[in-house]
Design a protein around this ligand. Structure first.
Ligand code: BGC
Length: 738
């Protein structure tokens, strides 16, 4: 796929020289994704937006920079509403959360897998399709803007919203987000990327001060936003609740004006997270273009902005810029001329099939001793399925990344299946998604002769109370009398309920004890993990196979069964490191306490960079994932091309007996002080039949070989990087080239 992009890049580079001066952000480092290629349309959109602004009254302009919560005519309202200006042909904008499907309050939506799962697929095209399929439903419901593009990095592995993000590597996250954004905007839906920036934990979520040095920001935490913003031109960037180096993100001129709008030449709008604006003139002058209002305190109301203009603290030119950015985005994405009408019939069956394929392509096979998997349906007569509500549901993430009314059936009233405290029940706090075909039924369908028996928590009990000793004994007895035992363990997480206190499954329930007991009773124990975060696995050596299924969405039951029985050959790779212990993670400190104002003192050594630089062996490293086949790597060539590009090419051969897909990864060791041993700079995902071989090319751009020079405040190209090609960040198969 990487290779196919290059002709487009060459075209864009040629065009950019002649293009409108307002479109300068095309470069070899950030080749435009397909939907953003049309630079002439972009220049025309600017001119049209400018003409419209000149025709608007002050009140009309003020109406466009402040959204009301749930005021719209769209059923369920969504998350925000901007009233249009009919006399000028400017339509209303209804926006809604869309991390894993539409978060509309009342309209049914497909529940797609969590975005961390999409990252685990390492499949750019899949990410694009994911954005596209969600956008199709948004438009059908009447929404012109989707807020689903979360991409804060997994610095804090216990982060409550990790399931909504794209892992710990800035290039993986940025690329996947760029492609998701492209898919979304290809459907005439404005994409938002969020939460900009330094919003890596839930602890102290409304104002924690993230203290990050400039080089670390540029090389890690800003980079996914830069890649997505420059490659795919999302209509909107959402600034976050926290402060960055002392100043609230939504009034932080450095990250908004200097970096986003000047350095990256971002042409779209900056919108606040819900209630994240903290001032009127300071925020506007720092680069905030639109406030999303949840009350009670609001700052960009028509009155407040009028007053700021009257007293000279905000200029009319700046107000015009804010409005023009919004109109430009609407024109460029097609929303202006073809606004969504809503009320359309959604093809839920087709979407369900798509969600299944996403879940299947994202699952990561972590262990497979003695080829325990795939299971042979015909040869098994007794299968035990234990725990995790596998008879009924799968886990989803809570908060705005949840899907409120999954069409395949939510728990009416939630039953007992809410988060720990069990008080009340809403879409926000219900992490369980009831399935039409839960894991138990899906397994039964693939092993029709077998007796499939479930043991574990039932629907009406709290899922996260500790299993009783009696339940554990019953599960172990069932396992002892079965050919294989599949244990499902679940780690819930969600927005606004705090970060996890530990990566251990033992908290809040004692699922580790359950796994240990089952594994002792049956040597053929397979663990399926449903989580949005890494989990600790003290039982890793006692079980025979482990599959990370993430929060797999509404077809998760079938997808899990298909992987277990080999109808699908797993090809996901971890987008986050799974450590052995909490104490090994970069943010644990001495006792695991969360800092209210986190200091990013590990600097560039975050994620796998931390484990590599500290020589800590993780349980499963970043980029790791097994397959039912295996792949051989050979023939590395490192060709240094003019302009600082490196064409890294090598052969990958499927030398096993079944078809499968491999994700060969290219890392660089950049010889510069403070750099970690290796950084990911590119990858491909290649499907190969048994015996088939492919020459893979990964083009490494100059930026990928650069460091942020803090003395001169610019990127500095570092020659002589060593090239590593691996099946994971630690399973390096080929190297050379410096
Ligand atoms: C979240 C955002 C979300 C917004 C609107 C906020 O609480 O942080 O991610 O888009 O709500 O629902």
């Amino acid at each position: 796929m990487q290779k196919k992009l290059w002709p487009a890049v060459a075209l864009a580079a040629t065009v950019s020289a002649a293009a409108h001066a307002e479109i300068p952000n095309l470069s070899l480092d950030f080749p435009p994704t397909p939907s953003t290629l049309n630079v002439f349309a972009s220049a025309a959109a600017h001119r049209r937006a400018e003409t419209l602004v000149n025709k608007m009254t002050l009140d009309e302009k003020l109406q466009l920079i402040h959204s009301e919560y749930q005021m719209s005519a769209v059923p369920g309202g969504g998350g925000g509403y901007i009233q249009g200006v009919p006399r000028l042909g400017i339509p209303d904008i209804n926006m809604v959360d869309s991390a894993t499907g539409s978060g509309s309050t009342v309209q049914p939506s497909t529940t797609f897998p969590a975005t961390i799962a999409v990252a685990a697929s390492w499949d750019r095209r899949l990410s694009s399709d994911f954005g596209k399929q969600i956008a199709i439903q948004l438009r059908q419901q009447g929404f012109a803007m989707g807020l689903g593009g979360g991409t804060n990095l997994a610095r804090e592995p216990r982060g409550g919203r990790l399931f909504e993000y794209l892992g710990e590597d800035p290039v993986l996250a940025g690329e996947m987000l760029a492609w998701r954004t492209d898919g979304t905007q290809s459907q005439k839906v404005i994409a938002t990327i969020k939460h900009y920036m330094g919003n890596e934990q839930e602890h102290n979520r409304n104002g924690g001060n993230s203290q990050i040095d400039e080089r670390t920001m540029r090389e890690l935490y800003l980079l996914p936003f830069e890649i997505a913003a420059r490659r795919a031109q999302p209509g909107s960037v959402m600034c976050s609740y926290n402060r960055v180096n002392g100043t609230y993100a939504c009034e932080n001129s450095h990250i908004l004006n200097d970096v986003l709008k000047n350095d990256w030449q971002f042409q779209g709008q900056v919108q606040s997270d819900w209630g994240a604006a903290q001032s009127t003139a300071p925020a506007i002058n720092a680069g905030l273009d639109e406030e999303e209002d949840v009350g009670p305190t609001v700052y960009l109301t028509p009155d407040a902005v009028k007053q700021a203009i009257a007293n000279g603290s905000v200029s009319t030119a700046r107000l015009n810029d804010m409005v023009e950015r919004k109109l430009y985005v609407m024109i460029r994405t097609g929303v202006m001329d073809d606004p969504p009408k809503g009320g359309a019939t959604i093809d839920f069956a087709a979407a369900n099939a798509f969600t299944q394929s996403v879940a299947e392509q994202s699952m990561v096979l972590l262990k497979n001793a003695n080829n325990q998997l795939p299971l042979a349906g015909g040869s098994l007569s007794r299968i035990a399925v234990i725990g995790g509500h596998a008879d009924a549901a799968v886990l989803t993430g809570g908060g705005s990344g949840n899907t409120r009314d999954p069409v395949t059936g939510s728990f009416a009233g939630c039953g007992g299946l809410t988060f720990g405290t069990e008080t009340g029940c809403s879409w926000w706090t219900n992490p369980w998604l009831k399935l039409n075909v839960p894991i138990v039924s899906a397994i039964q369908a693939l092993a029709p002769q077998a007796k499939v028996t479930f043991a574990g928590n039932s629907d009406q009990q709290s899922p996260f109370r500790a299993y009783t000793q009696q339940e554990i004994s019953q599960a172990a007895t069932l396992a002892a009398n079965s050919d294989v035992a599949v244990v499902v363990v679940a780690q819930p997480a969600g927005e606004d309920i705090g970060d996890l206190t530990s990566l251990s499954l033992a908290n809040p329930s004692n699922q580790d004890a359950l796994v240990e007991a089952v594994a002792q009773a049956n040597p053929h124990t397979i663990v399926v993990v449903e989580s949005g975060n890494p989990v600790l696995m003290p039982w890793k050596d006692s079980v025979s196979a482990i599959v990370e299924a993430w929060y797999p969405g509404e077809a998760g039951g079938k997808a899990i069964a298909d992987v277990l029985f080999g109808k699908v050959n797993p090809s996901g790779k971890l987008p986050v490191t799974f450590p052995v212990r909490d104490q090994d993670t970069p943010t644990w400190g001495t006792n695991g306490a969360f800092a209210a104002d986190p200091v990013y003192s590990e600097k560039l050594d975050m994620g796998y960079r931390w484990y590599d630089s500290q020589n800590i062996t993780p349980m499963f490293e970043f980029g790791y994932g097994l397959s039912y086949t295996h792949f051989a790597y050979s023939g590395l060539s490192v060709a240094r091309l003019p302009g600082g590009l490196i064409d890294v090419s090598f052969n990958v051969r499927n030398d096993g007996r079944v078809a499968g897909a491999e994700v060969p990864q290219v890392y660089l060791g950049v010889p510069y002080q403070g750099e970690p041993p290796r950084r990911l700079v590119g990858w491909d995902k290649v499907g190969l039949n048994p015996g088939e071989s492919r020459r893979v090319h990964v083009m490494v751009t100059p930026r990928m070989q650069s460091v942020w020079d803090t003395t001169n405040n610019r990127w500095q190209y570092v020659p002589g990087s060593r090239v590593y090609v691996g099946a994971s960040s630690r399973d390096i198969r080929l190297q050379g080239g410096n």
